[in-house]
Design a protein around this ligand. Structure first.
Ligand code: HDE
Length: 704
């Protein structure tokens, strides 16, 4: 097991191509003599049409791009393993969930709205897709980092996406929901209220892909050996905790390093800091389907953890970066319809629509029905059926028989049931219904859980939500749209609506807008309905707030702000302890290359104040030495610590460097550690463990 946890070979390694010591060839394997010059009639003459070597090269180049994903285009992937740690046999026959089983996985994280080349730090939902290569075929858990969704029925999905994507006339804005069409749609769809609240929270600007939760969103079903179903909700809980950046920081990171999340994931894995998540489940007996104040089939609702606790059943470790982005991450195809025996759909109408869409889009995006044969999508067990031909077929199926039933191939490939073997069997769920285009009234309460989310946030988190709504709605030009959304906010929380209203110069309307009601009545003729009393008013799991000392600093990036003549003793003292706790130390000086220590000797500097920005670091330390004098005149240094302070990060100063803090607008607080008055290393680590000193924002002196 240990070996599998290290970044070792996977089933796709047999497809790797290594060019070391190999002669260049055409795609047909013909050695290329000269790759610099086209074939010409004389060295100054025109190119010849018989240059098959050139055509071979250009033909491939001209076709190198494939359509990007219509949503979730921007993504980053990694390989890993999943280890099942609990006995789930009472609920599911899924072989990969048998305690102790280790299954290879490929995971892809993504933003939703932006194009493939857009920034990682957009305010957006993050996709969290996991492909389990199980012994019983591939199982895809295609989730998000937010446990609910904007809409309840798949029919609205293209409209939602058209509304949030850049506007079709001028293709603006990129990777942003802060524009008229998104809020127009949203303000007419009150069912989106809960999800929008999450999207306006700091959950939509994660510190790292490694520090996000993942959710299956829909309710699914486990099915056991007796055919009994149990409703299940999936959760991924990150071992590094759930953390965000501040919005002001996110916007700046987008400029300094648009690949911030991709780089962070890549580097962590290269450094051996393998990110881990525990897989959790909430299990609901079939008999309890209707027992809550909300409908468990409604994807705009969570099941509060206070009502159904999350049980941890396994751990995923990502331990290997892809060798080739296109071949693996880009060509990976996820599909919530890819199930294994023991797991089934529920009747959630959003999930039902997804079952068609993924297969369909992959057929288009990956150029035909043989995308299953691409190495990244191949199951680890072999596939046997009578599907054949199609563009770029790779398997060479033997024999004359490609139909069933047959006698000529002894009935093979045979149905599992014919030989008494188990295969995928749908849960035998009794259904008695009429065909209707309609929505259940049990889906009609749109605001209770939005309120639950808002009420569960810390005061700082609430403030961030208010700012996010204010930011987004200020970017909306149509005042009627702003008012409509304010009316929705007023149904959720009066103070929230009032504060956002103040920022927009508007008084929130008391009642929902007539247009919002008109559209909501398409689904619920008597809208708005009287909601049921919720079971809980707050839920601790919904807040990301951690206290100082609670979390971990493993793999956190700490900038040591140095220059020529820095004290080695002062650097090493801090470095040793931070590295012991797993942090990454980066020395930043006014130039790259070598600098001299005060005590003599040199050290290598990879990053300078010119190339780096405070927003890409978690905490800052200014050591002693002759460097202090130099830094006191360096405005880029002062910008680093001022900004770090504004973004509520931990800052520490060795004794001789404390005067530098006085030159900035830093005020001493629990997150500013001075060697003369505090326990320098211990207190610094303690504060970093709390992620941020968000309290520093109160009263709102620091804009973050
Ligand atoms: Fe997706 N979604 N989606 N989605 N989705 C796609 O499939 C779709 C929804 C999610 O890393 C597409 O291969 C419909 C919910 C992720 O490659 C497409 C509906 C959730 C990814 C598609 C939804 C998701 C996708 C685009 C409403 C969270 C990226 C490319 C019924 C549970 C997968 C592709 C990856 C991708 C359709 C709603 C998550 C078009 C029709 C809810 C993480 O098929």
């Amino acid at each position: 097991m240990k070996n599998q946890k290290k970044n070792k070979a996977t089933h796709i390694d047999k497809y790797l191509v290594d060019n070391t010591n190999k002669v260049m060839t055409t795609n047909d394997g013909v050695p290329v003599y000269d790759n610099n010059n086209t074939l010409k009639a004389g060295d100054r003459g025109p190119s010849l049409q018989q240059d098959h070597i050139f055509f071979d090269k250009l033909m491939h180049f001209d076709r190198e791009r494939i359509p990007e994903r219509v949503v979730h285009a921007r993504g980053s992937g990694a390989h890993g393993v999943f280890e099942a740690t609990a006995d789930m046999s009472k609920y599911t026959t899924a072989a990969f969930l048998k305690k102790g089983t280790i299954t290879p996985v490929f995971t892809r994280f993504s933003t939703v709205a932006g194009f493939k080349g857009s920034t990682d730090l957009a305010r957006d939902v993050r996709g969290f897709s996991v492909k389990f290569y199980t012994e019983e075929g591939n199982y895809d858990l295609v989730g998000n980092n937010i446990p609910v969704f904007f809409i309840q029925d798949a029919m609205n999905f293209p409209d939602l996406v058209h509304a949030v994507k850049p506007e079709p006339n001028n293709e603006m804005p990129q990777a942003a929901s802060a524009h008229d069409t998104f809020w127009d749609f949203i303000s007419l769809m009150p069912e989106s209220a809960h999800m929008v609240m999450w999207a306006m929270s700091d959950r939509a600007i994660p510190r790292s892909l490694r520090m996000m939760e993942g959710f299956g969103v829909h309710t699914f079903k486990f099915v056991n050996a007796k055919g009994k179903g149990t409703f299940v909700k999936f959760h991924w809980k990150p071992r590094l905790g759930v953390h965000s950046v501040a919005w002001n920081e996110a916007q700046k990171i987008s400029g300094f390093d648009a690949d911030f999340h991709r780089r962070d994931l890549w580097e962590a894995i290269e450094n051996g800091d393998f990110p881990q998540w525990d897989l959790g489940v909430q299990l609901i007996a079939e008999e309890d389907e209707m027992k809550f104040s909300f409908d468990i089939l409604d994807p705009t609702k969570i099941i509060p953890e206070e009502l159904v606790p999350v049980q941890l059943i396994g751990t995923m470790t990502l331990n290997r970066n892809p060798e080739n982005f296109f071949a693996e991450t880009e060509q990976s195809a996820f599909d919530p319809g890819r199930l294994v025996p023991g797991i089934d759909f529920s009747d959630d109408p959003l999930l039902q629509g997804r079952i068609f869409s993924y297969m369909d889009t992959q057929n288009y995006r990956l150029g035909g029905p043989n995308f299953h044969e691409l190495p990244i999508n191949r199951p680890i067990n072999s596939k046997h059926n009578n599907q054949k031909d199609g563009f770029s077929r790779m398997d060479i199926n033997k024999g004359a028989v490609s139909y069933f039933p047959n006698s000529k191939a002894e009935g093979c490939p045979y149905h599992a049931m014919l030989k008494g073997e188990t295969g995928f069997q749908s849960h035998r769920q009794p259904i008695e219904a009429s065909k209707v285009r309609a929505r259940s009234t049990s889906f009609a309460d749109h605001f209770t859980q939005a309120r639950l989310f808002f009420n569960s946030q810390s005061p700082e988190e609430q403030e961030h939500i208010i700012n996010a709504y204010s930011f987004e709605l200020s970017k909306v030009n149509d005042v009627d749209i702003r008012k409509r959304e304010l009316a929705i906010l007023n149904q959720i929380d009066k103070t929230l609506a009032k504060k956002v209203g103040n920022n927009l110069g508007l008084v929130p309307p008391k009642e929902l807008d007539a247009l919002t009601i008109k559209f909501a009545r398409h689904n619920h003729p008597k809208y708005p309905i009287k909601p049921q009393k919720p079971e809980v008013e707050t839920s601790a799991a919904l807040s990301m707030k951690v206290k100082a000392g609670e979390g971990t600093i493993k793999s956190r990036k700490v900038a040591f702000l140095v220059d020529e003549g820095v004290s080695k003793v002062s650097v090493d003292k801090m470095k040793k302890q931070l590295e012991k706790e797993g942090a990454q130390i980066v020395l930043i000086a006014s130039h790259v290359g070598k600098i001299m220590y005060k005590e003599g000797g040199e050290t290598e500097i990879q990053h300078s104040y010119l190339t780096e920005a405070s927003v890409c670091y978690d905490a800052f330390y200014t050591p002693d030495g002759d460097s202090v004098q130099k830094l006191s005149d360096n405005s880029d240094y002062l910008q680093f610590i001022n900004e770090g302070y504004r973004h509520c990060k931990a800052l520490s100063f060795a004794k001789g460097a404390e005067e530098l803090a006085k030159k900035s607008f830093i005020e001493k607080d629990a997150g500013v550690i001075f060697e003369s008055s505090d326990n320098l290393v211990k207190d610094f680590i303690h504060v970093m463990k709390g992620h941020r000193v968000w309290e520093r924002e109160k009263p709102r002196k620091v804009p973050a």
